[in-house]
Design a protein. Structure first.
Length: 206
């Protein structure tokens, strides 16, 4: 898991992975989707090499071999299974690193619903703006279903009570997209992905 990577690096006196401390998810998934917090704090800033398994063969990719984008990489959706990775980190005091990570967690707790069940940021930020701002400005904080709702602390999160169905989440995503489109002419693209045997809902086709 990403927080474990951040803690392991910190205990070894290695800096660069601090941004991983508050991101839920696996290292492999983060590498494929270029997970991060800001433009200058994502997996592309620390990766040196990635080994993947594809079609029964191991393949090594250096940083330069991978196309890195905002929550995207050329490894994504291409049948690659991440086996291992090496990172380019720098020496730094463990005490300083841990202090920085505590500050990051405090900031995340103050601005995001870390104590409530959620799937993280629902939408990617459109260029030059923030999805959360657009969602709130479009009046979407009023949206909710029986078991899920747009979060009041951060509008780019959908929180639930543990009983929400995928249909409820898809409904809210669709409603948000429609309201933001009507208000600003902007198409919000989901950051989360649809996994399952059913046909992918239209709201994930952006």
């Amino acid at each position: 898991m990403l927080p474990a990577l951040a803690k392991k690096a910190a205990s070894s006196g290695l800096s660069g992975a601090e941004f991983c401390i508050g991101i839920p998810g696996t290292v492999g998934g983060a590498l494929q989707s270029n997970a991060g917090t800001t433009v200058n704090s994502d997996m592309s800033t620390i990766v040196e090499q990635i080994t993947v398994l594809k079609n029964g063969e191991f393949r090594n990719y250096d940083h330069k071999d991978i196309i890195w984008g905002y929550r995207e990489t050329s490894l994504k959706r291409s049948g690659n299974i991440v086996i291992e990775a090496s990172f380019n980190l720098v020496n730094k005091s463990s005490d300083v690193i841990n202090s920085d990570m505590r500050a990051l967690l405090a900031s995340r707790k103050a601005t995001q619903p870390t104590a409530e069940p959620n799937a993280g940021s629902i939408f990617k930020n459109p260029e030059g703006d923030y999805a959360g701002r657009l969602i709130e400005a479009a009046g979407c904080k009023k949206l909710g279903t029986k078991n899920a709702s747009v979060n009041q602390l951060h509008a780019n999160f959908i929180t639930h009570n543990g009983n929400a169905s995928s249909d409820e989440i898809v409904y809210l995503i669709t409603e948000i997209q429609q309201k933001v489109r009507a208000s600003f002419g902007i198409e919000l693209t989901p950051e989360i992905e649809w996994w399952g045997p059913e046909v992918q809902p239209r709201c994930f086709n952006n």
